[in-house]
Design a protein around this ligand. Structure first.
Ligand code: PGA
Length: 250
């Protein structure tokens, strides 16, 4: 298993106020930092972002925020992993806590989605994380163990490249990021859980997500076991997202 840095923007159901064109222009001309920067827009904008990425010399990659566990059929509203890959996207966020809590995705569903994303050649950004209640009850590590092992067992794929995003639900969009020891403990646990479940040469990234901003990114990025970030709110303005990229670059 080797570890790789990665930085990903999750725009959720939002668009940058500065406009997509201006945002993507701002992503150009960065020195090569040796790791991918991924933008995950709402699905109707995937194709435009892929075009912008090509025009920008692929200085960023494109990812979806979700992808179906089905390839085709009577599944109104769904978009398959193959369709997303066919547009030229390279990553797919799978199992974000908003998908789990608002749209009822179970660990099993997440596992099926991981399998389809992998079959389509997409790199899954597999999200896990505990609620405040679970943390208060002292069950965080058991929770993460169950989320990771159940989904990877259902997926039953050997991932050549896997991204796991640790996103405590109570830290998402709250302005209250997890504390350094909490992040380190969770990332260390995830690394240990994933290791026997992926091929020996798997390229793994473990990202932290939850109220990451320009002013806390450098400190969190310096923690052992933190390979990068999945960023929501602070990714909607190019300058703040690029400041996080700068903090990761060191
Ligand atoms: P946030 O969201 O950065 O706004 O907390 C992170 C996420 O949901 O991926």
């Amino acid at each position: 298993m080797t570890r790789e840095k990665l930085l990903a923007a999750n725009w959720k159901l939002n668009l940058p106020a500065e406009g997509i064109g201006a945002y993507c222009s701002a992503m150009r001309g960065r020195p090569n930092a040796g790791f991918d920067l991924v933008l995950a827009p709402p699905a109707p904008f995937l194709e435009l972002l892929v075009r912008e990425s090509k025009a920008a010399g692929e200085s960023f990659a494109v990812g979806s925020q979700n992808s179906s566990q089905h390839d085709s059929g009577a599944f109104t509203g769904e978009v398959s992993a193959r369709m997303i890959a066919g547009l030229g996207a390279r990553y797919a966020i799978v199992g974000h806590s908003e998908r789990r809590t608002i749209f009822g995705e179970s660990d099993e569903t997440v596992g099926l989605k991981l399998a389809k994303a992998s079959d389509a050649g997409l790199v899954p950004i597999f999200c896990v994380g505990e609620s405040q209640e679970t943390r208060d009850a002292g069950n965080t590590l058991d929770w993460l163990h169950r989320q990771v092992t159940t989904a990877l067992a259902v997926a039953a794929r050997s991932f050549p490249r896997l991204v796991v995003a640790y996103e405590p639900i109570w830290a998402i969009g709250t302005g209250r990021n997890a504390k350094n020891p909490e992040i380190q403990e969770a990332h260390q646990a995830i690394a240990g859980i994933v290791a026997p479940l992926v091929p020996a040469d798997c390229r793994l990234s473990i990202l932290y997500g939850g109220s990451v901003k320009a002013d806390n990114a450098a400190e969190i990025a310096s923690l052992a076991e933190v390979d990068g970030f999945l960023v929501g709110g602070a990714s909607l303005v190019s300058s703040s997202f690029l400041a996080i990229w700068g903090a990761m670059r060191g």
